[in-house]
Design a protein around this ligand. Structure first.
Ligand code: SF4
Ligand code: SF4
Length: 318
């Protein structure tokens, strides 16, 4: 049986399977224990209004523009066949114009932009190509008790590809993890479990209505899946703390009460608000509803930490 939402998998040779990847990040210290390689896949089945990686929301490759890096060579305007990037004016008055509504994200301009003013987010890679990068650091994984983490976007939105990467890592003796929002159908997790050593999962809000408002979908299935996965595998549970959304001791306390009854939780982690994704919204031409918000500090941070500690597990705040 194939997973739902899967990319096409026409070949019988698993290593030829291809997926859409935004980045393979080596030497990551944030995405699980030890030194890790994190494979960021494109595509998400939620739509968190505060998303720090908005370039991963859509499954399709997307153009990102950084005008401050432009040296006005006009290569991009020559390459664009869709009238989205054009030269306007003549001689010394010539300027570059970008009409986003005409852009079809073909990537031709990014191919000829050598300053990084035009870049594509998301490229097709095979499992072999991903593994060629992952296998370079096997000594580091071994010496630091690290491994590989498949992240996103959402790791389960390209489930066949994720499974193929995890299985290839297991075959190579590399410890595996995923970062997930737990919203996929349980059958997806059931398939992934044999190839997993650790699951890093988010519980963003406890209230179903609030979850629907801020994330785009309810959380009934998320909470059910969390109960099931914690019965089967070691987990790290995390809550991104977002100003005006869930940054109250009451909301964090509700999640902590839920976490209290779960097994196999290595720790519960609060991820304080991180404004780093803001430039990506500009590069994608998207509006960022949380622009200018600051991380929680001082007494606010202390109150949130205390509320989280009600879970009775180890608590981390970062
Ligand atoms: S190719 Fe890049 S550097 Fe050259 S004009 Fe276009 S955006 Fe600017
Ligand atoms: S991605 Fe394609 S359509 Fe969009 S501006 Fe670049 S060349 Fe033109």
């Amino acid at each position: 049986m194939n997973f739902p939402n899967t990319l096409s998998h026409k070949g019988g040779i698993i290593s030829n399977m291809r997926g859409i990847v935004t980045e393979v990040m080596r030497f990551s210290l944030r995405d699980g224990p030890g030194i890790r390689t994190t494979v960021f896949l494109k595509g998400c089945n939620m739509a968190c209004k505060w998303c720090h990686n908005p370039e991963t929301l859509s499954l399709a490759p997307q153009l990102m523009t950084y005008p401050e890096r432009c040296i006005f060579c006009f290569n991009c305007a020559h390459a664009c066949k869709h009238g989205a990037t054009v030269t306007e004016g003549f001689g010394a008055a010539a300027r570059l114009a970008f009409y986003k509504e005409k852009c079809v994200d073909c990537g031709a301009c990014a191919d000829v932009c050598y300053t990084g003013a035009r870049v594509m987010s998301g490229k097709e890679m095979s499992v072999d190509e991903v593994m060629a990068e992952v296998l370079q650091d096997t000594n580091y994984y071994r010496n630091s008790e690290g491994g590989i983490t498949v992240s996103g976007g959402e790791a389960t939105v390209q489930p066949e590809f994720t499974l193929a990467i995890l299985e290839a890592c297991k075959k190579a003796g590399i410890p595996t993890a995923i970062e997930t929002n737990m919203y996929a159908d349980w059958s997806v997790f059931e398939r992934l479990i044999p190839a997993l050593d650790l699951v890093m999962l988010d519980i963003k809000l406890f209230d179903d209505e609030a979850h629907r408002k801020w994330v785009g979908v309810g959380n009934g299935r998320v909470l059910e899946n969390v109960k099931k996965i914690t019965a089967r595998l070691p987990t790290i549970i995390r809550t991104p703390v977002i100003p005006g959304v869930n940054d109250s001791a009451e909301e964090i306390g509700k999640i902590a009460s839920f976490v209290k009854d779960l097994d196999n939780v290595e720790y519960y982690e609060l991820l304080l608000y991180n404004p780093l994704g803001e430039s990506k919204y500009q590069a994608l031409g998207m509006e960022n509803p949380f622009a200018g918000q600051k991380p929680q500090t001082g007494a606010e941070r202390d109150a949130l930490t205390k509320a989280a500690e009600a879970c009775g597990k180890t608590v981390k705040v970062s």
